[in-house]
Design a protein around this ligand. Structure first.
Ligand SMILES: Cc1cc2nc3c(=O)[nH]c(=O)nc-3n(C[C@H](O)[C@H](O)[C@H](O)COP(=O)(O)OP(=O)(O)OC[C@H]3O[C@@H](n4cnc5c(N)ncnc54)[C@H](O)[C@@H]3O)c2cc1C
Length: 367
């Protein structure tokens, strides 16, 4: 985290952009920064190098085309005609290996579409355009299922949005370009910045965890298993946690020459459910249920009320600051989310309280 090439700046301030009022979480109000802004592409290169330096092998440009299993082994065939044999296969294919995972009997998580791009400019221009490090915004015209964001690095800014199902890549590209050109709330941030439509990256992003994470001689990790939080679309932390839990299950089995049967691997499912899904994922489900809605006017009303609540309520700001900083996932405190949901409901205009009351009540009972 001290490497400024990989983590170029502290994450001091988040802006929850509203149409009337912005809610800011400014860490200087409470103490230490919210975290670090990462240049994740560079980070991945370093992690890949570490792995290779420690004796790992990575074959880039070679994709697995089929997998077969027997009682003794797993066999993987690739597009280059190679066959690899293993005791255990760990699938971490994100949203790009659904055919393989279903051929092995794993479910497929729900898939949405996302887009992002980098805009490059001088550090001084970026400093003068942004008074925050990260921006999160919900607008049903952008997406009914996900946020628009800015992630402000050093000399570059990442932006995009997540969430709609079934939009094509070119629709997403044109829409992001229109948003960047015209969306009035973000124009001050884009002063002097340029972007190249041909470099926009689109892709599936999957969420809503599948129900089973192991079969005989196979485990599934990360986004392939739907381990992405339903509201923020964060998959990195869950990917790391699932990898750690998998290794905790696998290591003792390696020592005793296991056959890696599903009963021996079931500990991975148990731990994943207990440590990740049982509490922490309830936050994502509840926020998804409250903030993303079939009715665009409900989304607008709830989001605008929320940004105002952040601006006015110091206790909420402090709890968000703490949630950013504390990753005690296993003991995630759901009562704070309930408290925040109640404050949000209280703050809705009277008419919205009537129409949205049943939704909030259902959320309270459901989570
Ligand atoms: C626009 C956008 C913004 C995001 N922002 C954030 C964020 O701010 N914070 C956060 O936590 N998460 C974020 N995410 C989500 C996060 O990036 C992913 O959930 C995470 O990278 C998933 O990790 P993974 O290792 O499970 O899968 P991936 O990173 O998708 O890796 C899967 C790998 O498997 C390879 N593969 C697939 N099929 C095959 C095959 N048949 N043979 C060989 N190789 C194969 C792929 O090439 C790929 O390298 C974002 C996602 C998007 C799209």
């Amino acid at each position: 985290m001290d490497n400024s090439e990989l983590f170029p700046r502290d994450h001091i301030k988040t802006c929850y952009l509203g149409k009337n009022v912005n809610g800011y979480i400014d860490s200087s109000e409470f103490g230490d920064p919210l975290g670090k802004i990462s240049h994740t592409d560079r980070l991945i290169q370093v992690l890949v190098k570490n792995y290779v330096d420690k004796g790992g092998t990575i074959n880039f440009g070679e994709s697995v085309s089929s997998v077969s299993k027997s009682i003794e082994k797993v066999e993987v065939k690739t597009n280059k005609g190679n066959t690899y044999v293993a005791k255990l296969l760990v699938l971490a294919t994100g949203s790009r290996g659904f055919e393989i995972q279903s051929s092995l009997g794993f479910e497929i998580p729900d898939s949405y579409m996302g887009i992002y791009c980098h805009m490059f400019e001088s550090e001084s221009q970026i400093e003068s355009n942004f008074d925050f490090d990260y921006l999160f915004h919900i607008n049903p015209n952008i997406s009914e299922n996900g946020p628009f964001f800015f992630n402000v690095g050093k000399g570059r800014v990442c932006t995009g949005y997540l969430g709609n199902k079934g939009e094509s890549g070119s629709e997403l590209v044109n829409k992001l370009d229109r948003i960047l050109r015209n969306y009035k709330y973000i124009q001050p941030n884009l002063e002097g910045l340029k972007w190249d439509k041909s470099k926009f990256i689109t892709g599936k992003i999957s969420k809503h965890p599948i129900s089973r994470f192991s079969q005989d001689r196979t485990l599934i990790l990360g986004e392939a298993a739907g381990l992405v939080t339903a509201f923020f679309y964060e998959g990195l932390l869950s990917g790391l946690i699932s990898a750690e839990l998998a290794s905790e299950t696998i290591n003792p089995l390696l020592d005793k020459e296991s056959s890696f049967s599903h009963t021996e691997l079931a500990n991975y499912d148990k731990e994943l459910k207990y440590k990740l899904l049982n509490k922490y994922y309830k936050n994502g489900e509840a926020c998804e249920f409250i903030f993303y809605d079939a009715s665009p006017s409900a989304i607008n009303k709830i989001w605008d009320t929320y940004t105002k609540l952040i601006q006015e309520n110091k206790k909420l700001r402090k709890q968000i600051w703490e949630a950013y900083r504390k990753h005690d996932i296993e003991n995630y405190d759901l009562s704070r989310d309930k408290w925040a949901g109640e404050r949000l409901f209280e703050k809705l205009p009277a008419l919205s309280k009537l129409s949205l009351g049943p939704k909030f009540l259902k959320a309270l009972i459901k989570f």
